[in-house]
Design a protein around this ligand. Structure first.
Ligand code: T4K
Length: 402
């Protein structure tokens, strides 16, 4: 379908949004509704709601098989999963992380008095730059957390080589990367462990939820205890623990999402390809590329705006889209190092994070998923095309800050 000319300049910037309903980044996908309702009835009938119930166990088995890993431990969310695996791995002192990530990544360290040391990214991949990682290692460093930003794998081999040589633990925050592969092997099977998020805004969700995957038997056993207060049987606590358990309702949603997985990815891929086609010839707008040889979930539609070409900057474009009910987002803005407590702890961090700062000022995310149609994609691209064509003129018309 060719929507390139489907909206005219006159259709937008009228004061009345082009879209009647708001189009969100992060609108949840809903898997097999009927099977979810069946499982819900079963949960009520059996009155077993949490604490390692049968749906959690089934969900864990299915995920471990899907990823090809020995252990999958389902959790209440990825943030708690990160906190637990960080503790399970025995990380202390300093851990190297990107600043270009969701703030949960450094918070999961800081929460337990471990210092996140922010490392710059490669501007092409948006992921940790291994050369910069090496420079930040000190005698206090105990680990590296790579984030597979947008579901695109980090430089896994380079990070693994550094971690091995410098005797550091290697953990991956795979919150964005469920159902993605690296060199034919599923994300979730690399490093000492990986952590997924199944938050409602992820293309694959369990309402709230997360999981740790690992091939390390000892670590898996420890994490299982830690997510259940450290209980190793009735009346017997072996470790300090917390409550990281996934509920049966979330697991039921996860099983229904698994049934819908291929459909979600098909829709995401279709939307992505349509965005690519529609945006291809707009100067200064670069759509982030997904590998054609690996498995991808296509859940993020990421644009980089080169304002020296577009004559309109990222924030102005986001405002224009918002005025038309397209709720584009600035992820990850302004970069974790600019958020508290990190801004106060490391006031000069930005001097070492030039690529992060630059990317955070030019990246935006557009709506996709099953709530977004091809026609919507065409119209969103139409708004972007017109905004870029008009450049500064539109700035005046909308009375936007110059
Ligand atoms: N590591 C990384 C790299 C991550 O990206 C994340 C989470 C984590 C770790 C931690 O994972 P979890 O502990 O959350 O499992 C959202 C999510 O809350 C967060 O899970 C996600 N990353 C992050 C990138 O995005 P916000 O602050 O953008 O959420 P919010 O409430 O603004 O929602 C985004 C949009 O989604 C809204 O405009 C509306 C739409 N929405 C949201 C919800 C919850 C819906 O349409 N329906 C919904 O139910 O953080």
């Amino acid at each position: 379908m060719d929507n390139k000319n489907c909206i005219s300049d006159l259709a937008i910037f009228t004061g009345n949004p082009l879209f009647d309903e708001k189009l969100f980044v992060g609108r949840p996908n809903i898997g097999n509704r009927a099977s979810f309702m069946e499982r819900m009835n079963d949960i009520f009938d059996r009155r077993w709601f949490t604490n390692n119930g049968q749906y959690v166990q089934e969900f864990e088995r299915k995920l471990a098989d899907f990823i090809g890993v020995k252990h999958c431990i389902a959790m209440c969310n990825a943030t708690v999963a990160l906190e637990i695996v960080i503790r399970g791995l025995g990380l202390t002192g300093e851990v190297i992380v990107p600043s270009f990530t969701f703030v949960a990544t450094p918070h999961s360290l800081q929460w337990q008095q471990i210092t996140p040391v922010f490392c710059d990214i490669d501007p092409e991949t948006h992921n940790l730059d291994p050369r910069r990682v090496e420079e930040l290692i000190t005698p206090r460093t105990t680990g590296i957390i790579g984030v597979h930003v947008w579901g695109r794998p980090c430089s896994i081999e380079a990070l693994a080589e550094i971690a091995k040589r410098r005797r550091l633990k290697l953990l991956f925050d795979a919150a964005h990367a469920f159902s993605c592969s690296h060199q034919g092997r599923m994300i979730g099977s690399f490093g000492d462990a990986e952590v997924f998020s199944f938050h409602a805004t992820k293309f694959f969700n369990t309402f709230e939820g997360g999981a740790v995957t690992t091939d390390n038997d000892e670590l898996a056993a420890k994490i299982r205890l830690m997510k259940n207060f450290g209980f190793a049987g009735y009346d017997n606590v072996d470790y300090i623990g917390t409550n990281g358990k996934m509920t049966e309702v979330s697991a039921a949603m996860g099983l229904s999402s698994l049934e819908g997985l291929d459909g979600f990815i098909d829709v995401n891929r279709r939307n992505y390809q349509h965005y690519r086609q529609e945006l291809a010839d707009i100067p200064g707008i670069k759509l982030m590329h997904y590998s054609e040889t690996e498995k991808c979930n296509y859940q993020y539609i990421i644009l980089e705006i080169d304002e020296t070409v577009t004559k309109i900057n990222r924030d102005q474009l986001v405002s224009i889209l918002h005025a038309e009910n397209v709720l584009a987002r600035r992820y990850f803005y302004p970069g974790c190092h600019q958020m508290e407590p990190y801004r106060s702890h490391f006031p000069h961090a930005r001097l070492l994070l030039a690529n992060t700062e630059q990317l955070a000022s030019r990246v935006m995310s557009l709506p996709t998923g099953t709530a977004v149609s091809l026609n919507d994609v065409g119209n969103i691209c139409g708004i972007i095309r017109i905004a870029v064509n008009h450049g500064a003129g539109i700035r005046n018309k909308l009375n936007l800050q110059g």
